[in-house]
Structures are given as C-alpha cells and as structure tokens.
Design a protein around this ligand. Sequence first.
Ligand code: SF4
Length: 657
Amino acid sequence: MTATVSRRSWVFMREPDYLGCNGILSAVLDDFQYREGQNRLADAVTRALHEKSILVAEAGTGVGKTYAYLIPTLLNGGRSVISTGTIALQDQLYERDIPLVSRVLGKPLRTALLKGRANYVCLLRYETERTQLRLSPKAREREKRRRLLDSWVEGTISGDLSECPIELNDPIERSQITSTAENCTGRRCPFYERCFVVEARRQALEADLIVTNHHLLLSDWLLRQDGFSQLLPEVDAFILDEAHLLPDLATRMLSESVRQTELEHVLANRAWSALFNAGSDSGVPPWEALEQAFTTLLGHESGQRGQLVCEEWPARLRESMATLATGFKALLERLSETPEDEASRDARRNLERMERILSKAVRIRHPELEPGSPWPWLEWLEGGFVVRLEPVDPGSGLRTLMQVHDAAWVMTSASLSTGGHLSYFRNRMALAECEEIIIQSPFDYAAHALLYTPTTLPDVDAPDYLEAFIALALRLIESNPGGTFLLFTSHRALAMAQARIAGSLGSRPLLVQGHASKYRLLERFQEETPAVLLGSHSFWEGVDVKGLALSLVMIDRLPFASPSDPLVYRRIEALKRMGRDPFRDDQLPKAVLALRQGVGRLVRHESDFGAVVVGDRRLVERSYGSVFLASLPPMTRAQDEHEVAEFLSHHGQMARP
Ligand code: SF4
C-alpha cells in the first residue's frame, strides 16, 4: 500500500487570504484563531478537489476542520455532498457553518438538508394514529401535547421532528408518526404531494450543496447499484466528516440477509403456490420440496454459538437452501408471465433478493479464497434463523460503489489514526492510493490535561472492581469544582454505578443516559454545573461540552468490543480463517479509536483543562497498552489520585466565573 503525500504548496487558499491571521474569516468570527494546521488541511482539501483524488485527513480537536473543508468546497464550485455521522453535526453545518461561509465568500448557493425518513413526520401515519398516540400517561398532559403537536404538524414547512416543540423521546411514540421504507405507501399515499420525506428528497436533487448522513449516502449508492432510483444528484465532491464511523456502518449496510419469517411468508402465499404447481419444468422441485427444505432449516439446532459459517454447514442445510433458491427462481419466471401492479412489484423484488442471496450463499464454500467476497453465515436469533452474506471489510464493496462517481473524496475525522498511522482505516476502506494527512490538535494537552491510571484498583474482571472504581470516582468528584462524565463500556456497569452513586453526590445533579434525550441531558449538564453524567456508548462521541462544565472524564475499562456481540464474533472468526490476527488487526485498533473518542470529550477549547481517569490497569500493565498511550493526546501522566484532585481543585478555582 502506498500513500501519495504531496509536499507541494498549494497557493489556491492563500490568495486571497481566507484563514490567515488577518484573513477574511478573522474579520467575521469573534473567536477566530489562526491555525497553521487548519491552513494545511484547507490546502490538502483544495488539492483533492482540483485533482478529483481521495484525501484521508485526521484533524485533531481545535484544528477547525469544518471551515478548512467548507471554504475550498464552496470556492471549488460545482455540486457537493457533505455527509456526517451525527444529526448534531448535520444541523450545525446546515444552520450555522454553511450560511456563514456562503455569506463571507459572497457565494449564494442552493443548499438542502437530507435526513433519514425517521426524522420527518409521516402525514399518513400521523393522520391514522393521532387519536391513539402514546403521548403521555396523564390525560390532561396528553391533550396539551396533542394540541401542540397538531398545531406544529399543521404549520411546519420541513416536517423535521427536531423542530417540533414537544420532545418525542419514546421510540414507540416516535415510530407511530414516522415512516419506514416498508410501511411507506409511496405514490399510492393520499399525502404524497405534501409528503415531507418526498419534498426533502426533491430539494436534495436540485441543490448545489447537500448535507446528509452516512447512512443515506450509502443507501443512495446501493439504490443506484440496483438501478432502482437515487436519493442524491451527481456531484463533484464528497466530503465525509466523522469518517471513522464509515467502516462499521458500511459493513452492516453491505451485508444482506434472508430471515426465517420472510421465507415463511413466501411459502404461505397460496396464489404463488398455485401458480408454481401449475407448471412442471424439469429440474424444478415441487412446492412440497420447498416446504420440506424450509422445515429442515427450521429444525436445525443452533448450537452453542448460534452462528455457523458456510464451511460448517452440514450437507442437508446447504441442499435445503439450494432447493429454495432453485424453487424461487422458477417461481420468478412464472410470475414474470403474470400482470404486475405496484404491490406485487415489491413482493417480487423481495423474492428476487432472497433468491440471489440463497444462490450466492450456497455457491461460496471457502470465502477467503475469493478476496472481497461476502462470507455466508447462518445465524439463530430470537425471531428465528437468518441466512446472512456479510463482508469482512466493506472496502472492496465500497470502492465499487465509489467508482460510479467521477468525484473528489475527502474523508476526515478527529480520530482515524492508531499509533500515528492511518493504515487501519485505509485497509478497512481499501484505500490503497490516496493522499493522507494527520494534523495534531493545537491545544496544549501537557499543560491542560492529566491522564491517570490507578494501578491500585483491582483487575477489571475482579468482582470488586466496579465498587472500587466508583469509590475512586466519588472521591475525585468531591474535589472537582467542575462537571464529571462517567463513561461505561456496558449498560450493566452503568446501571450498577447508578444504583451505587445515587444519594452520594450531595447537591450535585446526577444525570443518567436513557432518562431523557441525549440533547436534554447535555443541556442540563451544562446548565447545572457541577453535574455528574453517567453514560455508555452514545456519550463517548459527538458530545461537545466546553469549560468548567466538564473537567473530569472517567472511563471504566478499555473499550474492547465484546466477542459476545454476533457481529464482533463473526469478524473475529473470519479474520482467523483468513490467517490474520483478529486482536492485532482489528480488536486493538478499534478499541484505540474508541478510547480516543472517549478521551476526546475532555478538552474542547484551548482554555479547557481537566483530567481523564482510565480505571483499567491493562493500559499500563499490558504490552498493547503502549499502542493506546501512543495514540492519545500528549497529556501529563498523574502518579496518584491526590495529584488529580489537586489539579482539578486548583484549575477549577481559577476557572470559576
Ligand atoms: S408518502 Fe410515505 S412518508 Fe410520505 S406521507 Fe405517505 S406514507 Fe408517509
């Protein structure tokens, strides 16, 4: 693998001066700071846009990467897509950053914000469900909320639920008034002409600059590949921010599956079985053989691990899948001779998908011999068995999708590298030829941040570990004039910590993930300083709390993904069979990136200070700990908890308003 790191100076960004000490942006932003790294990133983005090449860029916190890609993108002209991993960043770009840069550059442009359909009220479902809505347990409160919701739905232009005046945190409540691809009736819907999802997509197709998320972007690529439709127009540049989220998301989206319930549905279709039985092609099994094949799959024991890779499939399972695939192919041929309407078109499309997946799954016997090919798995879940085709890495599939576009690609994030290299990200994304750049944060971590790993705590797997970790947390919280995040790697540990901490914090508010929306919890966390927030995965990233409101981040253990997660288990098994070391090649770099995200919550501004405590002794006692340490910002290492307490107390007093 080679990286093309150009040393050429690109003067495009220098004339006129956009990001310099006395540049155009400095005149309009009160808190503008000249950053040499920001200018280097802007140069690299400019070059990638001009050369239509691929740039992988890590820019540490405080570099100002948003302006470093927005200004070149707008100056470059043409059409662009900016994709992010979180809705918060989408909203910030669309509502604040893009209008500002567009104004400063004097470049008016048509912009569109395209979110997933679960973010827009579905008028059909709202109309059908409104009297049944699970709005609130109390009748009076419910009536009030319903009136507010009615009047918002009546007046909204975008239908975007983030603008709704009432909080809709309950997933069931939310799902009652939003659509899915499965329950949306499309053109048959009586509200189609007024539909907010349709309107957002129409605006995106006409815009010069579209802000969207990675999920929709990948959906668009997959839809194009299938030739069904497209969500986004042809563009000249893709800017993928929060790009560290792409490999896992793309792996999930490029994986395909057939569920037991879907097969059941086909076999229960009397019209289809009658049509099938009316023909008598040689080599096509009778309908009863299809039912028998399904029964064989149904009756197979899942075994202890609940997952079987194709090499482990007994002959009768493979034969059953082959029978179903052959039968479905014959059924599709017979259906092609019958009239089709919109409803039957969807059912046929599903049947085609199932036939394709089953046929492919039985053809692949040794996936590692076919680089880039997905691995077939049989998995047993609560809802029944699943036949799954899943890539080990999304790279080769993604490259195929990317090659459809004649565009520049900028993939950026604050944490893409492990041990100072971008190879993990590039390998997973199959980016053999690209330009890469790592720009360190301009913040003075050594002076502003401490890192403490208490070697006096028990081993993380010891029964008394959590108790000891929480006792330490309570002592440090007491000496901390600012706010504290306690970040856990599991919901179980979070629940135990909550039970132990509740009632021990005096007047400090205790906020717990899941008790309100993330947005509301963060709002309270900042308003009610010094608060303590207990969070698991969703608070490890995409959270930006500045100042004294957050000066202590405590992490219970190194964030290795659990092999009990089916996806993690499949990846480990696949890598082993490919002769690779799953720990070195995947689990370790992934955990390093996750820890960097968690640690990255602490210092969000150059005047921020604070301490990070990682309770897991493996960070300093295991040889792999050095990879974590080499990847973290250069914080000063604290020797004991008194040093941490004094540091927090001293800086906290100075920071008090
Ligand atoms: S077209 Fe689909 S999303 Fe739009 S209102 Fe109708 S059912 Fe809802």
